[in-house]
Design a protein around this ligand. Structure first.
Ligand code: URA
Length: 213
């Protein structure tokens, strides 16, 4: 076991010990660290380049991710892909993962409605996230939304005041704080949605331009 060097002080737990992402993913397939595995179809582990310089962290898999076993393939993921392209970033050269790796939902008829993971579920899953970050050692972490920010930097750092900023925690890679793409899908007002989308693309562009000092 390693002590997580990569997660925030609130979540400075021990993390899984593995030599590679493939080994870690294999270990995670049997995860029962919280109850979410009981109703989910499968674990949705991070994916992308193991040489990635940028790691994107979302909240948790959604319905389509749960069914396919791949992160960010549903509506929010497709929007993320379009915004990454506009920002000049190649998703294949990055690594994309989630703070929580099983889908949490409430059944509503035939639908499964996304349900926000709680602090305990995020902390339990930091076992995997911290290990992913330890193995990948990215030059930059991009947190997409509040749950990812919480997972990496703990409860004291809030999304709205830090959005668009690059934070420099000690002993960890720098963290660029931004919104979750699903937020853009929920904004009703078109002008506001356009403004937020432009700012999101600008945050992603900043991530691509970032060079460690
Ligand atoms: N939202 C997330 O945070 N992650 C996914 O993989 C899909 C939607």
């Amino acid at each position: 076991m390693n002590i997580a060097a990569s997660v925030g002080p609130a979540l400075a737990l021990e993390v899984a010990d593995a030599a590679s992402i493939a080994e870690l993913r294999h270990q995670a397939e049997g995860c029962t660290r919280c109850d979410l595995y009981r109703n989910a179809t499968q674990i949705v582990f991070g994916e992308g380049s193991v040489k990635a310089e940028i790691v994107f962290i979302g909240e948790q898999p959604g319905d389509q991710e749960d069914l396919t076993g791949r992160p960010f393939v549903g509506p929010a993921g497709q929007l993320l892909d379009r915004c990454l392209e506009e920002a000049g970033l190649d998703r294949q050269r990055c690594y994309v993962t989630n703070a929580v790796k099983h889908f949490k939902f409430t059944p509503r008829g035939k639908r499964r409605l996304h349900s926000k993971p709680n602090a305990g579920e995020i902390m339990r899953c930091a076992w995997w996230l911290g290990a992913e970050l330890n193995i990948l050692q990215p030059k930059l972490i991009v947190t997409l939304g509040a749950s990812a920010l919480y997972a990496v930097l703990g409860p004291k750092v809030k999304l709205t005041p830090q959005r668009g900023h690059i934070l420099h925690p000690t002993n960890r890679p720098p963290v660029l704080v931004t919104i979750h793409p699903s937020y853009l899908l929920r904004i009703r007002d078109e002008a506001e949605r356009r403004r937020q989308r432009r700012d999101f693309v600008s945050d992603l562009h900043r991530a691509g331009e970032f060079r460690p000092q």
